[in-house]
Structures are given as C-alpha cells and as structure tokens.
Write a protein that binds this ligand. Sequence first.
Ligand code: FES
Length: 174
Amino acid sequence: MTITVSQEDADARQKTRDILSRFGRTRDNLIPILQEVQGKLGYLPREAMLEVAGFLRIPEIDVYGVVTFYNQFRLNPPGKHSIRVCLGTACHMKGGYITLDAWKRRLGISPGETTTDREFDLDSVACVGCCTMAPVTVVDGKPEARTEPTRVDGLLLSFEHEKQKVTEEKDTIG
Ligand code: FES
C-alpha cells in the first residue's frame, strides 16, 4: 500500500521538526512547543501534533487533549479573512448571538472552523472594548459596528466584490 503525504503535511512536519530541535524532550515543554508551532504554522495540524507526541514520547491523545483544552490553540488553518463575533455583555444584549448565527449560516461553518476554500475563519470573542458599537464583529482585526444580519450580508458582498476585482485584474494582466 502506498501512503501519499501532501506537500502541506510534509511542510508542517518539517517546520515542526525544526522547532523541536530547539527544545529538550521534557513534557514541561509541551505548551511552549505548541505555541511556537502554532506561531509558525498558524494552527496545529495533526501532522504537527504527531511530531510533537513522538518527540516528547507521549501519546498523541495527550497532545490533542492539551490543544483542545486551551482555546489559544487552533485545530483549523487560519482563513484569509478572520471573523470574530463579540459575545461580551453589551453585544450579547444587542443580539450578538443572532450575529454569530448569521455568520455561521452564511459561511456554513461553526466557531473554531475555517471554510473549505480557506477564505474565512470564524470565532467568538469576549468584549473588544467598543460596546457603543454593539453588536460588534471584528473583521480582519477591524471592529465593525452594528453587525446585524443585513450588515453581515453587506460585509460578505464587499469581500465578494473585492475578490471579483482581483480576478478581473489578474485576467487583464494575464
Ligand atoms: S461587549 Fe462587544 S464590544 Fe464590548
């Protein structure tokens, strides 16, 4: 049987190995290692977790347990655009969950996930300090005010236009 490894998996393994070479094989290093690997790859793919488990000589499930326990760690690759829906008190009172639901439906993913085309990743966040703008969605690091479902549609439409423009420009150049 031939096992094919994608280039992306191979890259993840190699980059993880490079990071591991700077650490001692002690379990205390698990979290610092995972933080560095995520810093490099943007998330923690299975290949990277396998490398880490092998290096520290611990079961893969232990690594997975730590990754899923701390919400600083991501199991999915980052999307091109990050969508963070604020669920702090003020946003919650102004329908933050309705906003989150709108993003979930439009993108077809749940918080913590990335769309299959890797255009968007979705998550919720605690108060981002712009409560007067509630309900807030932080889009690519920029807080967007009053992101009711119609505003969600508007934001998605502007991404669509942007993408179309880039494609047209490429076609013109090509
Ligand atoms: S609660 Fe959302 S910005 Fe403060």
